[in-house]
Design a protein around this ligand. Sequence first.
Ligand SMILES: Nc1ncnc2c1ncn2[C@@H]1O[C@H](COP(=O)(O)OP(=O)(O)O)[C@@H](O)[C@H]1O
Ligand SMILES: [Mg+2]
Length: 227
Amino acid sequence: MLLKLEKIKKTYQSNEKTAALTVLDLVDFQLADEESCVISGPSGSGKSTLLNIIGGLTGPDSGKVEFNGNDLSELSKDELAHYRNRDIGFIFQQHHLLPQLTLIDNILLPTIPFARQKQDYDSLERARELLERVGLTDRLNHRPGQLSGGECQRVAVIRALINKPRLLLADEPTGALDSDTAANLTDLLLELNTEEKTALIVVTHSRAVAEKFSIHYRLINGKIQVS
Ligand SMILES: Nc1ncnc2c1ncn2[C@@H]1O[C@H](COP(=O)(O)OP(=O)(O)O)[C@@H](O)[C@H]1O
Ligand SMILES: [Mg+2]
């Protein structure tokens, strides 16, 4: 298994007056290398919390996250940073591209920490190839403000893939798009999942998006169910 979650528990304590909220209640979850799945569930059910725990952005209160056989809680600070930057690619509802940078510079931004390390590929060449793959070759020197929302999201997908992550995490990636653009972006994610040999977890509350996946989970009342 690429990813294995065991008995993950996460509780938020907002303040002394409100009761603690258990968002994830002994969640078990697994994903194999190159596999894709979708997680749906009502707003506030803990989907983003779960992705953030998988991505090493938040720690669980208890339970274990294993990636490629390594327990995330046992990684050093540097190893955890490496995990977030190299093993994982993140896509959010908003593209979070930097408006003052060209598309090509936005895509190359995540490669900066590794610029002095030898890669078996050239990042600039890879960025160009990926831009061509998503049909934006002629826009590489444009800035995000010159593109549509769907185009920006395609660039955000490439930026997430530039360091060749093993796992792509997408939190409501189509939430800001109209339904046709959402369908196209989901198709693109699934195609790139195969072409780039990454595993993929998409969180969505869109039924149309969820229907494109063969493995479905539902997060509800702190529990994850196959659906
Ligand atoms: N840092 C936090 N502190 C307190 N409560 C939080 C925090 N983050 C999320 N929550 C609460 O936990 C619940 C789950 O949030 P979230 O994981 O964002 O759900 P979803 O992504 O499914 O909408 C929500 O009720 C939210 O208000
Ligand atoms: Mg969310």
